[in-house]
Ligand binder design. Sequence first.
Ligand SMILES: Nc1ncnc2c1ncn2[C@@H]1O[C@H](COP(=O)(O)OP(=O)(O)O)[C@@H](O)[C@H]1O
Ligand SMILES: CC(=O)N[C@@H](CCC(=O)OP(=O)(O)O)C(=O)O
Length: 287
Amino acid sequence: MRKQAMNRDWIATARTLSEALPYLQRYDDAIVVIKLGGHAMGSDEAMETFARDIVLMQHVGVNPVIVHGGGPMINQMLDKLEITSEFVNGKRVTDEATMEVVEMVLSGRVNKRIVQAINQQGGKAVGLSGKDANLITCDATDPALGLVGTPSEIDPSILQTLFKDDTIPVIAPLGAGRNGETYNINGDTAAGAIAAALTADRLLLLTDIDGVRNAEGDVVTELTSQTIRSMIIDGTIAGGMIPKTETALAAIDGGVRAVVILDGRAPNATLLELFTDHGAGSMIRAG
Ligand SMILES: Nc1ncnc2c1ncn2[C@@H]1O[C@H](COP(=O)(O)OP(=O)(O)O)[C@@H](O)[C@H]1O
Ligand SMILES: CC(=O)N[C@@H](CCC(=O)OP(=O)(O)O)C(=O)O
């Protein structure tokens, strides 16, 4: 016998699916780069929902690319090893010992947790870092930051190969230097550079806050490059939000159609943004 569940509005569920059609058509074959910040990687349950949304996205024709962070997980391991660490303008000052820990945590535990979560939902994910297949080549950002890298060359060919095979790339933000160095790249910066190299349709930066807030504490839903620049200068945008908004500007300059900064802890955040009228977070658009 067919179930007659009374505790859910099935008609509304069917309507939601029907209303998604124009969005499904818009994003058919689109490239969407999703940066999952360390603060947005919550419980196993939240990771499961995130992974299911990514697999669904791919099933309806999107080519998703995940770039992740993991700052809080790096901090935990550095604490255990009694290595002190400091941030300058949202970037971790990285010496050789810190770099070893960063690579171990990001390419190891964090990357594989996301890969496994996607695969458990029936997707096919592969974990890489920017060092694999010459994906990201870096130059030093600033000698004062040590081994922090700025992507100078991106070779996205491995990503195109993975798209053809319906495989979802999950990328740890590390890059190779020209002389065999390993560089630590801020996760947002890496995601922006990859999105620009792919001329992605969307870059979603998932974090632990519902968007970019103004001095009054309200989320600004549409941001222009001028507003961002003045908010950085007057200190309204600070800490980890600096690389995020700078990334958004660089990605738009690099050909990405739109960047959205949104709360990755909100349930189904990525689907809400892509497939419904309810835009979430702060959007920065081209033109
Ligand atoms: N104007 C602002 N609007 C929103 N968040 C801001 C702003 N200025 C600074 N922040 C801080 O930036 C943080 C997001 O950056 P970060 O912690 O690096 O995130 P993630 O780990 O997701 O990359 C927010 O939690 C908030 O504390
Ligand atoms: C240079 C730099 O700061 N690299 C970051 C890389 C991880 C990251 O970006 O993590 P979130 O996205 O969680 O902040 C770091 O060492 O913490």
